[in-house]
Design a protein around this ligand. Structure first.
Ligand SMILES: *[C@@H]1O[C@H](CO)[C@@H](O)[C@H](O)[C@H]1NC(C)=O
Ligand SMILES: *[C@@H]1O[C@H](CO)[C@@H](O)[C@H](O)[C@H]1NC(C)=O
Ligand SMILES: *[C@@H]1O[C@H](CO)[C@@H](O)[C@H](O)[C@H]1NC(C)=O
Ligand SMILES: *[C@@H]1O[C@H](CO)[C@@H](O)[C@H](O)[C@H]1NC(C)=O
Length: 524
C-alpha cells in the first residue's frame, strides 16, 4: 500500500482563460431531488445531478451523474449553500463532509446548507480507473512505486521512471479510460460546481470552502467566474500556477522547518512526547533522526515480514505531520526507531497509518489522472526532470523527494484535459476571497497562500499560527470567528492578520474544544 503514500499529492490538482466557452447555464441540469443517503446519519440528504461529460462539445449528449451530499442548515431563514472540496484529488468529498458535519456547521454558523460532491474521476463518479481489479492494480506498475527517490539515487529514480511510463501506458491502453482521460480536468470540475450552483441557488452565486487540492479548484473557478463568487475560502493553499504549468515544488517549502518545530514543541510537552526521556536537545534529536534516515538508505531494517526503509519512515513522517493529533505517536515511533526498535516502529505505523489514513484513499487512478491531465510543464524527459528532482529536494530535504513520483507520472501521462486554465489568476471577484495559510504546514507552504492572495484583488490572507494541513487541524478562536463572520456578513479581517491557536500541538485537544468554549457548538 505504500505507493499511495508517495503519490497522493494534495491531501491536501483545451485551455480556458475566463473567456473561451460560455456554457455557464447549462440546460441539461436535472431538477434535484434530495433523498436518503447510503450513510447512517439520517440528517444527511443526497441527490444526483446530471451534467455534460464534455463541456467543449455542445453537440454531444453524453452526460455523467454527480453524486451530492447535503448537511441541511440548522437555522432559519436559510441563507443558501456552501460547497466544499477537501482535496486529494481522489478523496471522497461526500464522506469527508459527512464526518465533519458538526464541526463545519459550527464554523459556518448553521444557516447555510453544506454540500459536497465527489468530483469527476473520484469514487463512483466517472471513476478514473485503469485496471480491472485492485489485484491487477497492485501487481502492475504500482509494485515499483513505493520508493521515495532522492536526486542522487539513480537506481530508485530509474525504477520510478519505468513504473510511471508503464502506468501511463496502462491508462492509455485501458478501453474504458479513453472517454474519461480527457474529461477529468479541474476546469470541468469548476464548471460542475457552477452547475450545482445553478441547481440549488436562487441567486446563482457560489459560496465555497476549498482545502489543499480544493484551493487549486477554487482559484480556477474564481478566475473563470469572478462575477459569480459570493464567498470563497482557500485554506491550505497550493500554488495554482505550478499546478497547471510546472511541477509542485513550492508546496514543500516549509516541511523541514515544520519538522524541526515539531521536535521543539514535543520537548515542551514531556508527558506526550516520545523524546523527552532522552535528555537531549531538539537540535541533537533532529540530527539523530536525519542520520537514522540516511543509514536506512544504505541498510534497511526488517520488522517481521515488513521492510523498514527510508521511504516508509519518511512517508510516515509526511502523513503524520498533517495533523497534531498524530504528533504524540509520531514522536514515540521515531524514538523507538532511534533505539533500533524497528518492530515497535512498525506496530505504531500499522496501527495508525496503514489502517487509518491510507485505507480511506480511493482505489482508483484519480489522484494523478486529475492533476496530470491539467499539467503542461516544460520538463518532460527523464533528463529534463533532473532539475525538478533537485528543486524538490532543495525545498525540503526531508520530504521534497516524495513529489518526484507524481512529477514522473505527469510527465508520462498521455491524456490532456479538453479544457485547461491558462490565465494568471489575476481577477477581481464579486466578493473578495478569504485565504488561510498555516504557519506550520508541511504539505502546503505559507508562501503558496501569499501567492494566490497577491493575484485575487482585495483578498486577505490570515496567517494561522498552527500546525498541520488545514486551519482546523489546530484550533483557534481567532481564526474560527473570522471564518464565521466571513460567511455571515462577508467581513474580511485586516490585512496582515495573524491568529494563534488556543492550545499546543501536543495537547490532547481538537478545534471542537475551542468551538465549544466560544459557544459555536450549540446544544452541547
Ligand atoms: C444516484 O445514482 C446512483 C447510481 O448512479 C444510485 O445508486 C443512487 O441511489 C442515486 N442517488 C439518489 C439520491 O438518487
Ligand atoms: C479486463 O477486462 C476486459 C473486459 O472484461 C478484458 O477484455 C481484459 O482482458 C481484462 N484485462 C486483464 C488484464 O485481465
Ligand atoms: C543530561 O545531560 C546533561 C548535559 O549533557 C548532563 O549534565 C546531565 O547530567 C544529564 N542528566 C541526566 C539525568 O542524564
Ligand atoms: C506565484 O507563483 C508563480 C509560480 O511559481 C510565480 O511565477 C509568481 O511570480 C508568483 N507570484 C507572486 C506574486 O509571488
Amino acid at each position: 500500500m505504500l505507493w499511495k503514500t508517495t503519490l497522493l499529492q494534495f491531501a491536501a490538482l483545451s485551455s480556458v482563460h475566463a473567456n473561451t466557452i460560455a456554457t455557464s447555464n447549462h440546460a441539461r441540469s436535472d431538477q434535484l431531488r434530495w433523498g436518503a443517503c447510503d450513510v447512517d446519519d439520517p440528517s444527511l440528504q443526497c441527490a444526483n445531478l446530471t451534467v455534460p461529460m464534455d463541456y467543449t462539445d455542445p453537440d454531444s449528449d453524453a452526460t455523467i451523474q454527480l453524486h451530492l451530499l447535503k448537511v441541511p442548515a440548522v437555522r432559519t431563514p436559510k441563507k443558501g449553500s456552501i460547497l466544499f472540496n477537501f482535496g486529494g484529488p481522489g478523496l471522497e468529498a461526500r464522506h469527508s463532509l459527512a464526518g465533519l458535519s458538526k464541526r463545519i456547521l459550527a464554523l459556518t454558523g448553521g444557516d447555510y446548507d453544506l454540500i459536497a460532491h465527489d468530483p469527476r474521476g473520484v469514487a463512483k463518479t466517472f471513476t478514473a480507473s485503469c485496471f480491472n481489479t485492485s489485484e491487477e492494480r497492485m501487481a502492475g506498475p504500482y509494485a515499483a512505486m513505493s520508493s521515495v527517490a532522492d536526486p542522487e539515487d539513480r537506481l530508485a529514480l530509474s525504477t520510478l521512471w519505468g513504473a510511471s511510463l508503464a502506468l501511463g501506458n496502462a491508462c492509455y491502453d485501458y478501453p474504458s479510460f479513453q472517454d474519461k482521460g480527457p474529461n477529468l480536468g479541474t476546469v470541468f470540475t469548476a464548471r460542475d460546481l457552477m452547475q450545482i450552483v445553478d441547481a440549488v441557488e436562487g441567486d446563482g452565486l457560489l459560496r465555497y470552502w476549498g482545502l489543499s487540492y480544493g484551493t487549486a479548484l477554487g482559484a480556477t473557478v474564481a478566475a473563470m467566474f469572478p462575477d459569480r463568487i459570493d464567498r470563497m475560502i482557500l485554506d491550505s493553499v497550493v500554488n495554482p500556477h505550478q499546478f497547471y504549468n510546472y511541477y509542485d515544488t513550492e508546496i514543500w517549502a516549509d516541511a523541514d522547518m515544520v519538522f524541526s518545530s515539531f521536535i521543539k514543541e514535543c520537548l515542551k510537552a514531556p508527558e506526550h512526547c516520545g523524546f523527552s526521556h532522552r535528555n537531549s536537545t531538539a537540535f541533537d534529536i533532529e540530527k539523530d533522526i536525519y542520520n537514522m534516515i540516511d543509514s536506512l538508505k544504505t541498510e534497511a531494517l526488517a520488522a517481521g515480514d515488513q521492510v523498514v526503509d527510508s521511504a516508509i519512515v519518511r512517508s510516515f513522517i509526511r502523513f503524520s505531520l498533517y495533523s497534531p493529533s498524530s504528533y504524540s505517536y509520531l514522536s514515540r515511533a521515531l524514538d523507538l526507531l532511534l533505539s533500533n526498535n524497528a518492530a515497535g516502529f512498525m506496530e505504531i505505523y500499522n496501527e495508525n497509518l496503514a489502517e487509518g489514513f491510507l485505507a480511506t484513499v480511493a482505489q482508483d487512478e484519480s489522484a494523478f489522472a486529475i492533476p496530470c491531465s491539467d499539467k503542461i510543464a516544460p520538463q518532460q524527459t527523464f533528463t529534463e526532470l533532473g532539475e525538478i528532482f533537485t528543486e524538490l529536494n532543495g525545498e525540503s530535504r526531508l520530504l521534497g523527494s516524495s513529489g518526484s513520483g507524481l512529477a514522473m507520472i505527469c510527465a508520462n501521462w498521455r491524456f490532456q484535459a479538453k479544457e485547461r486554465y491558462t490565465g494568471n489568476f489575476e481577477s477581481k471577484t464579486k466578493h473578495p476571497l478569504l485565504v488561510i495559510g498555516n504557519r506550520y504546514d508541511s504539505a502546503t507552504a505559507l508562501r503558496c497562500a501569499q501567492n494566490v492572495t497577491a493575484s485575487f484583488e482585495d483578498s486577505v490572507l490570515v496567517e494561522h499560527g498552527g500546525f498541520g494541513h488545514g486551519s482546523w487541524s489546530q484550533g483557534s478562536a481567532c481564526t474560527s470567528k473570522i471564518i464565521r463572520s466571513y460567511f455571515a456578513e462577508g467581513t474580511l479581517p485586516e490585512y496582515g492578520t495573524i491568529c494563534e491557536p488556543d492550545y499546543g500541538p501536543f495537547e490532547p485537544k481538537t478545534i471542537d474544544d475551542v468551538l465549544k468554549d466560544i459557544g459555536f457548538m450549540d446544544g452541547e
